[in-house]
Design a protein around this ligand. Structure first.
Ligand SMILES: C[S@@+](CC[C@H](N)C(=O)[O-])C[C@H]1O[C@@H](n2cnc3c(N)ncnc32)[C@H](O)[C@@H]1O
Ligand code: SF4
Length: 320
């Protein structure tokens, strides 16, 4: 879903994504049948895990129906959802019933004023916390929290966020503020490195590194020495992980991107709607994927020095 009910300045700044911004028309978005068909083609190439994101996926009408179909597809081992949590209390039980096992909720802070600043003026901490409780009650587990940390904005509230979830089984993960898209006015000095953040957290609650759960896991895991759970760090700025990235991204209108920082995608909707066969579509996907050489995050420092004019695709369009 390309639309969102928030306007987080680091993702969809209000001055660009204003009330007259032209989002996709429903007919431009892939239908559920088209998403299912493409998923089957990706699965035939070896994809096992699907994540629904956006924009805000819970704004897509009847999302549970799509999840129900995805979770029963042969070869799909895991279906995940990333949401800002505002509508989660409403849908948690329905999502679980449709076959969803777990959910990732974005929550940058518990401080209502900082929350409003980071969501583009919306109040909603209580709603998100209710959503997390509803998800726990529905049995959606494990719940992960995504927290983007920005120096001088929410870094002083990080310990409170951890304190709230220690011992509950909810895993808080800290994401370094990234230069996704071209509109979020990214500045390197606003990034709090995972290393610095870990030092602050460790001083309060000692934690030790844990092994990755699977190859290509983007978060570095740490477990608290006192047994009160784990936290994670996604360090795509300070420690790029391009070499182990296995994610393909499909936009709401059916363009395939091989990198979060891509400058262009491959339109799959046109050949799909033009009646191409499964084999023809599979070939297009294979050719894109095997030609993939993306390593933007590894090249970032050099590119930034030259102030390159790359026009990157925006985050809301291909999800986090
Ligand atoms: C683009 S959102 C889409 C799903 C949903 N709307 C949400 O916020 O969870 C997915 C994730 O990307 C993260 N994100 C967005 N812009 C970011 C940025 N500039 N740097 C780091 N993470 C970012 C969000 O915080 C969120 O956790
Ligand atoms: S991060 Fe998620 S909630 Fe915030 S504007 Fe982007 S898509 Fe919306």
């Amino acid at each position: 879903m390309d639309r969102c009910n928030f306007r987080c300045p680091y993702c969809m700044p209000k001055d660009t994504f204003h009330e007259h911004y032209k989002f996709l028309k429903p007919s431009e978005r892939l239908s559920f049948a088209e998403i299912i068909r493409l998923t089957q083609l990706f699965v035939s190439h070896g994809v096992k895990k699907i994540r629904l994101t956006g924009g805000e996926p819970l704004l897509r009408p009847d999302l549970s129906e799509l999840i129900g179909e995805l979770t029963t597809l042969d070869g799909v081992e895991d279906v995940a959802l990333t949401t800002n949590g505002v509508l989660l209390a409403k849908y948690a039980a329905e999502l679980k019933a449709s076959g969803l096992n777990r959910v990732t909720v974005s929550l940058d802070t518990l401080d209502p004023d900082v929350f409003a600043q980071m969501s583009g003026g919306f109040r909603g901490v209580e709603q998100v916390l209710e959503g997390i409780d509803a998800a726990l009650n529905a049995g959606l587990a494990p719940i992960k929290i995504n927290c983007v940390v920005q120096r001088g904005v929410n870094d002083h509230t990080v310990l409170d966020l951890i304190d709230r979830f220690r011992g509950t089984g909810v895993i808080v993960r800290f994401i370094e503020y990234m230069d996704v898209g071209n509109r979020n006015d990214w500045k390197r000095d606003r990034v709090v490195s995972s290393r610095d953040l870990l030092a602050t957290i460790h001083a309060r609650w000692p934690a030790r590194a844990a092994r990755h759960n699977y190859h290509g896991e983007v978060a570095e895991r740490y477990v608290f020495e006192d047994g009160q759970g784990e936290i994670g760090f996604i360090s795509s700025v300070s420690e790029p992980f391009c070499g182990s990235c296995t994610r393909a991204r499909l936009s709401s209108e059916g363009s395939l991107y091989t990198c979060l920082f891509a400058t262009e995608g491959t339109d799959l909707r046109t050949p799909l709607r033009a009646g191409k066969t499964d084999d023809e579509l599979r070939d297009i996907i294979r050719n894109v994927w095997t030609a993939r050489g993306d390593r933007y995050s590894e090249l970032r420092a050099g590119l930034a020095a030259k102030e390159h004019p790359l026009k990157k695709i925006e985050m809301y369009y291909i999800g986090g």
